[in-house]
Write a protein that binds this ligand. Structure first.
Ligand SMILES: [Zn+2]
Length: 325
């Protein structure tokens, strides 16, 4: 790190509250990450508030020669512009949590909150795949699906702050029940959970026998990793599931592209580790599904550049930009 005390003495802290883990880091004005820490995400509102405040203090205590200007929080769920979490399908018992109002009294700097994918999009805009891009879509494929729309070079938040939730577009009214309670959301097919749903359907149809044997017949133990590992080894039944998964990913991306006409679609989240396996399949299916694909400029589809820290980095960037007004 090439840091000089004089020019980089102010930092912002970003915290990304995900479905399973909460990651915090401190970011300098030049974009250097000074410290970072990860903790398991607690499952109720009071514990989440305590976890974020404790994480903030732990990070701040390691930054003795720096001044922390603000805390930014990215959280998986519907967040309004007042920092209240309205719906978080992948966090139990956190709906309605007033994050900003609850945490601000516990720390001594301003707090700003946004959806985690919106935060990740900020990281991509500044230091990732969306640099110099006016119109883009970011989709994170993890336990659930997150999304962000970049319009005119900025993250579009919508009327109340809840724009960019492609995971809960209905793509199959007869599909599986989603974590949000609806039936047949895109997330039920194209997230990590969706991959398991597709594998379970294949097992019900008498396929994936090698994986069923691996888990000793306990079908509920089948994970997405079982499917991707088997596909990599050439298991044709697993490859069929990956084909189906890729098609469903492309369905949602083509729907979004028809609506917002992006220059680039940036894909992040845990599933991106298997990008080489399913990325080319998504490309092919997307070009078949998007209206006028052969008559319009090719929409670039690329993995996120900022990696798994993108949400926390973007939260810190949000805090830094809001703190200076
Ligand atoms: Zn849903």
């Amino acid at each position: 790190m090439n840091l000089t005390e004089a020019s980089f003495d102010v930092v912002s802290i970003g915290v990304d509250i995900g479905g399973t883990k909460t990651l915090g880091l401190a970011l300098t004005g030049s974009g250097e990450i000074l410290v970072q820490e990860t903790r398991p995400t607690p499952q109720n509102s009071d514990q989440i508030v305590e976890c974020v405040a404790t994480l903030f203090h732990s990070l701040a205590n390691q930054l003795r020669t720096y001044r922390v200007s603000a805390l930014g929080i990215g959280v998986a769920g519907l967040v309004d512009k007042n920092g209240q979490l309205h719906r978080a399908p992948n966090l139990a018992d956190a709906d309605g949590l007033k994050l900003q109002r609850s945490i601000e009294p516990l720390i001594d700097v301003p707090v700003y909150v946004d959806n985690d994918a919106n935060c990740a999009a900020r990281a991509e805009l500044i230091r990732g795949a969306a640099r110099n891009v006016e119109q883009a879509l970011l989709v994170t494929l993890g336990t659930g699906i997150g999304g962000a729309v970049i319009s005119d070079g900025k993250v579009a938040r919508g009327a109340e702050g809840m724009a960019g939730e492609p995971g809960h577009m209905l793509v199959d009214p007869n599909g599986p029940i989603c974590a949000c309670g609806m039936q047949g959301c895109w997330e039920s097919y194209a997230s990590g959970t969706g991959l398991v749903n597709l594998a379970t359907q294949a097992v019900s149809a008498g396929r994936l026998s090698a994986i069923v044997e691996d888990v000793g017949g306990e079908v509920e133990k089948i994970t997405g990793e079982h499917v991707t590992a088997a596909a990599r080894k050439g298991d044709e039944e697993a490859i069929r599931v990956i084909d189906a998964y890729s098609w469903w990913v492309a369905v949602g991306l083509a729907n979004c592209a028809a609506l917002i006409d992006p220059e680039i679609i940036i894909l992040g989240g845990g599933l991106i580790e298997e990008w080489e396996l399913w990325g080319p399949r998504v490309r092919t299916a997307f070009d078949q599904l998007l209206i006028g694909a052969s008559q319009r400029a090719t929409v670039r589809i690329e993995p996120a550049a900022a990696g798994e820290l993108a949400g926390a980095v973007g939260a810190a960037l949000l805090a830094a930009s809001e703190a200076v007004g």
